[in-house]
Design a protein around this ligand. Structure first.
Ligand code: FCB
Length: 440
């Protein structure tokens, strides 16, 4: 059980659970087109055990039981993502009716259970046909995403409580085009620089498209880390500034201030690879938003690496307790980030749209209960310090396909036996249930 109570968060605070389409749906034979994660995971060496999202949690068929879990947990909201290739198999053009029908059922199923739909348009499953045209490296992706956003607006907009354009643009751009860890697996500075700008241009274009369809309550979901130097040496502090610019400020400054950090635009190694004339797009990049989502897992600890060209930085190893992902557990970082965003960037409502930990398999997960409790307290501390945090979503409802880590990294409140697809609530699920059903 948690030692906090729901009333500590005030009457209007939203509690939810989060998932993403590719990580749970399966159901790939209804006319859905291929995505970059299908081919990336089918390429040996990219994903642990060669796991793919082909079957995942079979949520495509088991969604009624999964929505029942959300309701029974006492959650107010469900953060899910639409699969672009399920709706528009080639990314542009023809629409897959079976895909529209699936999301109709899913959204109506939420509403019937009193669960608020928090939608994400893009959680990484880019239609392969668009990757063939350069994907995020091609400026046209802003229009492709814009058209897809219009479709979502027309078909579902009036039933969505909140809508985010992109999940974690750092991952879409840098992790996938510079570090090569996620699909499409590029390791190329020019590819990364282009993706970093185009992902935000596409975000702003999608905001315009959704607004034009009358969709309300629009935002974006950024993954932020608390950037800290390994030591107080000037070199490590300087490395931390670059790390912070790459991970946090590119996206925060871009979306909320309409500019990119000098640490990167003034760095010729990087700036020469940006698309020419990107400055003219910054109005679109920084379209006004109704809310900002923040995904938080850990801190980034930096040390200087002078031998490295361009970005002379390296990750240092910290000494805090770590999760099964090897990520340090650092609740104070969540408080610090929420307060930073509130003080330095925006007064629009903030949501923690993901937070959680990977733990060894089993339905007894006391460490995860402690993790959630500590981070929920961190949210309360941020609120006490003036940050307008309106909601918190646990990642994740279910154990699921953890991208390059495959099925072995388990983040769920609910255990999934992949052989039988049986769902078993864990102690962490029951801790939320206790918190949320006790509304006093
Ligand atoms: C985030 C992703 C989410 C999940 C968690 C653990 O970066 O948005 O899909 O993989 O990490």
């Amino acid at each position: 059980m948690f030692s906090i109570s729901r009333s500590d968060f005030g009457p209007d605070f939203t509690f939810g659970a989060a998932t993403a389409a590719y990580q749970i749906e399966g159901g790939q034979t209804d006319g859905r087109g291929p995505s970059i994660w299908d081919s990336f995971s089918a390429t040996p060496g990219n994903v642990q055990n060669g796991d793919t999202g082909r079957d995942a949690c079979d949520h495509y068929n088991r969604w009624p039981a999964d929505l029942d879990l959300i309701r029974d947990g006492g959650f107010d909201a469900y953060r899910f993502s639409f699969a672009w290739p399920r709706l528009i198999p080639e990314g542009t053009g023809a629409i897959n009716q079976a895909g529209l029908d699936f999301y109709d059922r899913l959204i109506d199923g939420m509403l019937a259970r009193g669960i608020k739909p928090y939608a994400t348009l893009y959680h990484w499953d880019l239609p392969s046909a668009l990757q063939d045209k350069g994907g995020w490296m091609n400026r046209d992706i802003a229009f492709w995403l814009g058209d897809y956003a219009s479709l979502i607006g027309q078909k579902f907009g009036d039933r969505l409580h909140a809508t985010a354009t992109i999940n974690e643009p750092w991952c879409v751009a840098f992790l996938s085009h510079f570090l090569g860890i996620h699909a499409p697996g590029y390791r190329d500075i020019r590819a990364a620089a282009r993706a970093m700008h185009h992902v935000l241009l596409a975000h702003g274009t999608a905001i315009d498209a959704l607004r034009a369809e009358g969709v309300k309550n629009l935002g974006i979901v950024l993954n932020l880390e608390k950037s800290e130097p390994a030591t107080q040496s000037p070199e490590d502090v300087a490395a931390t500034d670059i790390g912070d610019a790459l991970f946090n400020r590119w996206y925060l400054d871009g979306v909320l201030k309409g500019e990119y950090p000098e640490a990167l635009t003034g760095n010729d190694f990087f700036a020469q690879h940006l698309p020419a004339g990107y400055e003219k797009d910054m109005d679109v990049v920084s379209r006004p938003l109704d809310w900002l989502g923040i995904n938080y897992y850990t801190r980034g600890l930096y040390k200087s690496a002078p031998e490295q060209l361009g970005f002379p930085i390296a990750q240092a190893k910290g000494d805090l307790e770590t999760t099964e992902m090897g990520w340090e557990i650092y609740p104070q970082g969540l408080t610090d980030l929420l307060v930073r965003v509130s003080n330095d960037y925006t007064k629009i409502p903030l949501y923690v749209t993901e937070n959680g930990m990977a733990e060894v398999e089993g339905d007894s997960d006391p460490r995860r209960v402690d993790y959630y409790e500590a981070h929920l307290k961190a949210v309360l501390n941020a609120r006490a310090a003036g940050a307008d945090v309106r909601g918190y979503f646990a990642w994740s409802l279910l154990d699921n396909y953890e991208w390059a880590e495959g099925y072995n990294k388990r983040f769920g409140l609910v255990h999934v036996d992949y052989a039988t697809q049986a769902r078993t609530p864990k102690a962490s699920f029951r801790a939320f249930q206790g918190l949320l059903h006790n509304t006093k």
